[in-house]
Every structure is written in C-alpha cells, then in structure tokens.
Design a binder for this molecule. Structure first.
Ligand code: LRH
Ligand code: MN
Ligand code: MN
Length: 424
C-alpha cells in the first residue's frame, strides 16, 4: 500500500486553514520558534519490528488483519508510518523473530522508505527449534558453561546481522533470574553474566554500543539477574565505555522516580536510551502517554536539561525507541499515537524556561518551580508538531489520514484477513 504525495497534499490542504489558525496562536508566544521546529523535525523514534502485529497476552492473542508476514512487510509498515509522521525513520529488529537473510535487498528496501536500522535485539528468553541447550534456567547467567556459550554466540551472530544492515548497537535484555528463594547464587549468577557480557563486548565493532536493559520481574518472580538500573550500571561500568544502560519505562517497581534515574545515568554518560511505553501496573506495554503523560514530560525535561548541559545532540546521541504492543488497537494507529505522545512530551520540555527553573531551584522556591514546569506541560503543543510534520512532508493529522485513506483495509486486501506477525 503506497501513499502518494498528492494524497498527502490534498489532505493537508483540507485542514490548512484551521491548522494555520492554531499554529499562529501558539507561535506568537514562543521564543526561538525556528530552532524548536528544526529540533522537532530532526527527532526520530525507532519502531520495534515486534509492535507491528497485534500483541498477545499469555491468555490469548486476537490477530488483526493485514499484519506484516515477513521482514520486508515490516519495513514497508514502518515506511508507511514514516511517510505519515516523518518521525519514524528507523526500525529495530529482534532476532530470530526477524532474520535479515538477504541484507543487501533488505537495506535497499529500507532505503526506498527512508528507513535505517536502529539497535538489533538478541533473544535468549525463548528456545528456538533445533537449539542444542534450553534457556529454561537462564542464558548468560546459566550455571552450565555450554548454555552460556550458546547464548554468547547468538549475541555475536546478532551483531553480525546488525553490521550488515548498518546498525550500530546491540540491545540486550535477559529474562535470567530465579523464581524461588535459594534457587540461585546471586553472586555466581552476576559473575557468569559479567564473563558472558565481556565476551560479547569484545565482539563489538569499534563504533558500536552495547545497551543493557533491566527489568524488575517477569518472567522470573523472585529475582532477576539484571533487575534494576543499579545492576545494569554495574555491568556497564565494568565492561567499558561502549556499554550503557537502557531504560524501558515499564520495567520498574511501582512509583519509581524514573526521571531521577534518567538524570543520573545521563550525568554519568551511561544512558543508552529508551524503550518508551506506558503502564498502570507493571510491564503493561501500553501506548506511550496513554496513562501518565506528565511522567513522560518530566523525563523529557530531565533529558533536555541534562543533554544540553553536556552539549549532546537531542536527535542522535541517545537511542529513542518504542516498546509497546497489545491486544486491542490497530498496531499502526497505536504506533502513530505513541510517536505523537513522545513528540508532545519532547516539545513541551523544549518550552521549559530552564534558566528560570534553575533560579527557582537555587532559591528553594517549590511553588515557582511547579509553575514553570506546568506552564510548559499545559501548553497545547500539537500545532507545533503538526507544523514540523508539514515542513518535513508529512500529514497534519496522521491517525485521521490513516483512517480516511482506509490504510488497514488496503493492507488486508494485500495480505489477507488472517495474518500472524512474528514476534510477541
Ligand atoms: C522485555 C522487553 C525487552 C524485549 C521486548 C520484546 O519485557 O521489554 O525489550 O526485547 O520486551
Ligand atoms: Mn523493552
Ligand atoms: Mn518489557
């Protein structure tokens, strides 16, 4: 399903008048508008290949129609999103859910859609057909050297795939942990994991990064070997400068102050980037911004203040990725909503008067600090984001356009009604 330029132009034309009214209303109150618009245009969020199909739960999965059946169709779907919002310019592959067998052809297809390859993800939390050793009791932390070796080799193979595609980071999440007290020797598990990570680290090309994701619980419910940012940071510090900590918003214990974690990791030069999603209870993987958009804004506020203090490039110096998937929405509409929520939080954080906030902090003026933050948070920045999209050749209202053009119906015609995307 191709989106033609004239379709975008016609659609935008139909909304032009009301957009201009809204945009001018907000534009006149904003200092440094051209720079802000440029930053919004530059900002790109990677799409995980596994979010393009309907996610399941362990109780069931209700397939949607027209889901991508292979890596080529996944790239095409990300291309569709990018054509609409011009902010989804990369895809993150999960191996072996995606096997980029013919790298040259896959790269060419991605280039046609203006898509690049973000971090590649390894998978040692499931057994694959024909695999010699089981990951039932973990992978890189396993008591059996042969299991650890198999998991190390898998990670090195993933790096090789990534190199062929022009990716430059390996993103690693381990399910390794224990379900019962006494099952595991914590120090033994940590040491084995470190030894295994050191071998993977040694296989990284010089310009690559190793992103170490942490998660408090699930699938193990007593201990997780990389269970929080402290454990991830310990590994990253011991490994060296290419290793950093990846923050998945859903991977904390309830009420964790994620913005504080982020600010300290950034200060230490150890923040890899994000898996964005939202949650009410645990690793719910809900649409970004659907439950707690204020938290997302506070995270972006710390990011911008911290990145600017270190002269970092907002668009390129951290990994920005969505990790959300669930049962009830059209996955592409959901991803459009997630990207929009990220852009909104980013734009609001760009509006924060950082100097005034620092002065309020210096004076211990909690009231002024709250006023400053919430003034930015309560600004309706949607016309700014729409304007940035317009300048980049995207559509003013992506979800509305997607429905008006009956994109899902087109995909169902092409791919069929009963499709199962590989992944979660
Ligand atoms: C684990 C996780 C991790 C995986 C993805 C599929 O909960 O967040 O990032 O790779 O889900
Ligand atoms: Mn994740
Ligand atoms: Mn997760």
């Amino acid at each position: 399903m191709n989106i033609e330029k004239f379709q975008i132009a016609e659609f935008n034309q139909s909304l032009q008048q009301s957009h201009e009214r809204n945009f001018h209303h907000i534009a006149e109150n904003i200092n440094g508008l051209p720079e802000i618009l440029q930053k919004l245009q530059d900002f790109q969020v990677a799409i995980p290949s596994w979010a393009l199909g309907t996610g399941g739960t362990r109780f069931g999965r209700f397939s949607g129609g027209g889901e991508p059946r292979n890596i080529e169709e996944k790239i095409t779907d990300v291309g569709l999103l990018h054509a609409l919002n011009r902010s989804s310019g990369s895809i993150s592959l999960h191996i072996p859910w995606d096997i980029p067998e013919n790298a040259a052809a896959i790269k060419a297809l991605a280039a046609q859609h203006d898509i690049r390859f973000d971090a590649v993800n390894s998978n040692t939390f499931q057994d694959q057909p024909g695999q010699a050793h089981s990951y039932k009791f973990g992978s890189l932390h396993h008591t059996d050297k042969a299991v650890r070796k198999q998991a190390i080799e898998h990670n090195i193979e993933v790096i090789r795939y990534g190199v062929e595609l022009g990716s430059n980071a390996l993103s690693l999440w381990l399910a390794d942990g224990s379900c019962f007290p006494g099952q595991l020797n914590f120090r033994g598990a940590f040491k084995h994991t470190l030894d295994s990570l050191q071998e993977i680290y040694a296989a990284l090309p010089s310009d690559w990064k190793l992103w170490i994701e942490y998660k408090a619980y699930e699938p193990n419910f007593y201990s997780t070997t990389i269970g929080d940012w402290g454990q991830s940071l310990l590994f990253a510090n011991k490994l060296g400068p290419k290793a950093q900590t990846l923050v998945d918003l859903g991977h904390h214990l309830p009420n964790a102050n994620i913005e504080q974690i982020v600010s300290l990791l950034l200060m230490e030069g150890k923040l890899a980037g994000f898996h964005f999603n939202d949650s009410k209870y645990g690793d719910d993987d809900l649409t970004v911004g659907s439950i707690n958009p204020y938290q997302l804004f506070l995270i972006f506020n710390e990011l911008i203040e911290g990145m600017d203090a270190r002269s970092m490039n907002h668009a390129t110096d951290l990994g920005w990725m969505i990790d959300a998937s669930h049962n009830v929405k059209d996955p592409l509409e959901d991803l459009l909503q997630s990207v929009e929520a990220i852009m909104i939080a980013y734009a609001q954080a760009l509006l924060v008067d950082t100097k005034a906030l620092q002065a309020a902090q210096q004076d211990n003026d909690a009231v002024a600090a709250q006023e400053i933050l919430q003034h930015a948070y309560r600004t309706d920045v949607r016309p700014l984001i729409a304007q940035a999209r317009l300048l980049s050749g995207g559509v003013l209202e992506p979800v509305y356009f997607y429905r008006k053009l009956k994109v899902r119906e087109g995909l169902i015609k092409e791919r069929g009604l009963k499709t199962v995307a590989t992944g979660l």
